[in-house]
Structures are given as C-alpha cells and as structure tokens.
Design a protein around this ligand. Structure first.
Ligand SMILES: [Zn+2]
Length: 114
C-alpha cells in the first residue's frame, strides 16, 4: 500500500469526538487531541492515561514527579462519534455541489467538514 493511500484512509481530525473501541478505556468518548498520520495513531482526551515519571527541568519550566498523561492509541481502536446522531458510526465521504469535501455519517447522513 502506498503511504498516500494509507494517510487518506484516516478520517479523524483533531477536535473530533471519538469512542474508544479497545483497551482499558473501551466505551469512553473523548475529544481527539492530536493525530499522527505517519504512525496511524491518535491521542484522545482522558483516555489511555499513563503515568509518566518526569525529572524536573527548570529551564523548560517542567516540574518533576509523576504526571498523568494521555498515550496515543492506534487509529483502528477508536471510532468517530457522529454529532448528528450521537453514535459511533462509520463515515463515508462525499463532495458537496460547492466542491467542499465532507464526511458523511452512514447512519443519519449528517455531514462533517473534512
Ligand atoms: Zn450520524
């Protein structure tokens, strides 16, 4: 598979609400904090929390201690939650007559900006 076509299959953007489909936080929903297209991973707010033991770095104003932090999960382990019907659903894509590309909910046909 070409890298471009792989990146194309990612239909989740930063700020989207997704549902965790696997792991400790299965069933939870949260906002996407970041998307790593190269690694096919997303970071979801308050999900898959890890404890990171950090050393204080006064130069960068980082405090030492144990910090709770979101860890990235594979994109296949989350599903987009449709703002129209509120359910995790598969998304199609389509182009509006105006030429804007949108994502379309397969359940309720609500459109989301791409
Ligand atoms: Zn929907």
């Amino acid at each position: 598979m070409k890298p471009e076509s792989k990146a194309n299959s990612i239909n989740i953007r930063r700020g989207d609400v997704v549902k965790m489909m696997a792991g400790r936080d299965r069933g939870k929903t949260g906002r996407v904090l970041s998307v790593d297209r190269a690694k096919n991973r997303v970071t979801v707010e308050h999900s898959n929390m890890i404890k990171r033991h950090t050393r204080a770095n006064p130069n960068k104003n980082i405090k030492g201690g144990i910090i709770d932090k979101e860890a990235a999960v594979n994109i296949s382990n989350v599903m987009l939650v449709c703002p129209g019907c509120g359910k995790s659903s598969r998304m199609g894509r389509s182009v509006l007559p105006s030429g804007t590309r949108v994502r379309v909910c397969r359940r309720c046909n609500a459109t989301l900006p791409e």
